[in-house]
Ligand binder design. Structure first.
Ligand code: NAP
Length: 306
């Protein structure tokens, strides 16, 4: 069994920053990533609120730079999906389909994933008109009509992005007011290709082989109507990636990992950083802050162990 000072679970902005700081601090550090490096940030076309890039930067490019910087200091990255943790006793065990690893400390940086709508047709047409990633799939909808569901930063930002390809973008939101930050709202509502559908929820996604229409429900009048679309992009919030965690790690009502001000969880030696933890603001900048702070706390924890 491999032995490490620190195992970081997840290779998004928080995990890669923690990895860079830890490797630079000469901790023997392993980062385990079950999917693609960079996490949700790589599926963001253009990030314009991360400092240092006056014109903005592509999510993919930014995350690739994070990875290169971390690896330059000797961070080891392995592409294995964590399935469970053994936290009894001082040494922690991390299990993947490839084997087991032991570490003195763990950082959970497993991030979050896009929530599903949970309506008929959504699973059936996933990949055939239903998408959770405009950056990945937007180009398939050239001169088409698409809908974006949601009213937060993600929905509004991606609706604007989709106007590069689609001729018409419906923004379907369950209230008559967007949750997204003002600058994004101004951009979306001022874009002639974007038409909001206020007070509307999606009851069903219909089609033969691919998406052809949404059944919308007016939450005020209860009227139903069909909206013809070629595709639908779902951005109705995110859920934390915590399936591999046991009950000993305390969580909020929404399922986010609880941490103290040092980013330590309810189990000593187990820390959490980034979108997976309970916090108010989930952005690349806040994930980076978490990544730096968590390694400071890990180092202090390891020093006290000696
Ligand atoms: P979010 O802020 O939680 O917004 C989710 C949206 O979906 C809300 O408008 C919500 O409606 C709606 N919604 C939730 N459940 C729904 C349902 N079942 N049916 C229909 N609509 C539903 O989530 P997000 O936009 O995915 O963003 C996640 C985090 O990433 C946030 O912290 C956000 O600030 C951050 N983010 C930031 C940027 C940026 O800074 N540029 C870009 C993307 C994401 P209500 O408004 O009625 O609750």
């Amino acid at each position: 069994m491999d032995n490490w000072d620190l195992i970081i679970i997840g290779g998004g902005p928080a995990g890669l920053t923690a990895g860079m700081y830890a490797a630079r601090a000469r901790l023997k550090t392993l980062l385990l990533e079950g999917g693609a490096i960079g996490g949700q940030a790589t599926t963001t076309d253009w990030i314009e609120n991360y400092p240092g890039f006056p014109e903005g930067v592509s999510g993919f490019e930014l995350m690739y730079s994070f990875q290169q910087q971390a690896e330059r200091f000797g961070l080891e990255i392995r592409y294995e999906e964590v399935q469970g943790l053994g936290l009894a006793g001082g040494v922690k065990t991390v299990s993947t389909p490839e084997g087991s690893y032991q570490a003195k400390a763990i950082v959970i940086a497993s991030g979050a994933r896009h929530r599903r709508l949970g309506v008929p047709g959504e699973a059936e047409f996933h990949g055939r008109g239903v998408s959770y990633c405009a950056t990945c799939d937007g180009a398939f909808f050239l001169d088409s009509t698409v809908a974006v569901v949601g009213g937060g930063d993600a929905a509004v930002e991606e609706a604007v992005f989709l106007t590069r390809y689609a001729s018409q973008v419906y923004l379907v939101h369950r209230r008559d007011k967007l949750r997204a930050t003002s600058i994004l709202q101004e951009r979306a509502l001022g874009n002639p290709k974007i038409t909001p559908c206020w007070n509307s929820t999606v009851d069903e996604i219909k089609g033969e082989n691919r998406v052809a229409a949404l059944v919308l429900n007016d939450v005020k009048t209860r009227d139903k109507r069909e909206l013809k679309v070629d595709g639908v992009f779902v951005y109705v919030g995110i859920d934390p990636n915590t399936a591999f965690l046991g009950d000993e790690i305390r969580r909020s009502q929404e399922g986010y990992v609880w941490v103290d001000e040092t980013l330590q969880t309810s189990v000593p030696g187990v820390f959490a950083a980034g979108d997976v933890r309970d916090k108010d603001l989930r952005q690349v900048a806040t994930a980076v802050g978490d990544g730096a702070l968590v390694v400071f706390s890990v180092e202090r924890y390891l020093t006290n162990l000696e």
